[in-house]
Design a protein around this ligand. Structure first.
Ligand SMILES: [Mn+2]
Length: 295
């Protein structure tokens, strides 16, 4: 399978097809923008209210590329099963991805656990979007990066559930609940229960989880002979070297709005997309300035 993907990526016909994109029509997004060799995004969670679809659209418009990797959890099938939520902007994202494929961008979709329904369609193509169990991206300077969503490592890591993420709303709710709880505890003559201590423990567990995940994924990439790995799943953008392996996590579009890009010269960068801010980008080697939990 892997070999097949490799061959596919290096097929000369694909390369010439990609070159056609320069003759795109006037309505093509990305016109006049800097072109990227590859863009990696994951964890959009389309179909949930948390998905920042407008920001995904503005990001894609600003970052045209020869290759686009959709690194899983693009559509949240779990949530959609519970209740249909599909606003126009979510539809627009799907349309945008399909149009990008039509315009000659090679779109490779590696499904995750929330869009596992797509896992029935490995090695099929939908409107030019190729579905693969995993992929290999070769950077212009020849580094081979293993592209996977990452959920398969959940079982490998001790913590059954990932606690890497506690959203702002959940945190606000916990604070509110804690106030009420301690109000009643005081009335019952019970001592104050320390929320900060409780959260500190949770955060520590969450951070351990993140590190364990990063290490496990990197070691597996090394075992398979890759130079690096690109994944998503834990909603924590990151790029660093772990035991000689370049570990890249492209983050998410539920909160951090982050992506990984390969410039035409082969250097990789994590983008934190804040279209409203002038400087929405972080340095190539730096870690996105985002805490796991705001405590
Ligand atoms: Mn996932």
């Amino acid at each position: 399978m892997l070999k097949k993907v490799d061959e596919f990526i290096s097929m000369p016909s694909i390369t010439s097809f990609v070159d056609d994109t320069h003759s795109s029509s006037a309505d093509d997004d990305g016109e006049g923008k800097i072109r990227y060799r590859a863009v990696f995004i994951s964890d959009l969670h389309l179909g949930t209210p948390g998905c920042q679809a407008e920001e995904v659209l503005s990001f894609l418009k600003e970052f045209p590329s020869d290759k686009l990797y959709l690194v899983g959890d693009i559509i949240d099938g779990w949530q959609l099963k519970r209740g249909w939520f599909w606003p126009q902007s979510h539809n627009d994202v799907v349309q945008k991805l399909l149009r990008r494929a039509r315009k000659g961008c090679q779109v490779i979709y590696v499904p995750g656990n929330h869009d596992e329904f797509a896992r029935d369609f490995f090695n099929h193509s939908f409107g030019g979007v190729e579905v693969h169990e995993e992929a290999v991206h070769t950077t212009v300077d020849g580094r081979r990066l293993w592209v996977i969503h990452g959920d398969h490592f959940d079982g490998v890591i001790q913590y059954a559930k990932w606690l890497a993420y506690l959203g702002d709303n959940a945190y606000t709710l916990v604070l509110k609940l804690n106030r009420h709880l301690n109000h009643w505890r005081a009335k019952l003559g019970l001592p104050y229960w320390s929320l900060s201590q409780y959260l500190k423990h949770r955060v520590k567990t969450a951070l351990n989880y993140v590190t364990d995940f990063e290490v496990a994924v990197s070691h597996e990439a090394a075992k398979r002979g890759y130079n690096g790995v690109v994944c998503g799943h834990i909603h924590r953008a990151q790029m660093r070297e772990i035991d000689g392996i370049l570990y890249c996590n492209d983050g998410d579009w539920v909160e951090s709005r982050s992506a990984l890009v390969e410039h035409m010269d082969g250097h990789l960068e994590i983008i934190n997309w804040h279209p409203d801010l002038e400087n929405s980008r972080l340095g190539t080697l730096s870690t996105p300035a985002r805490e796991a939990v705001a405590v």
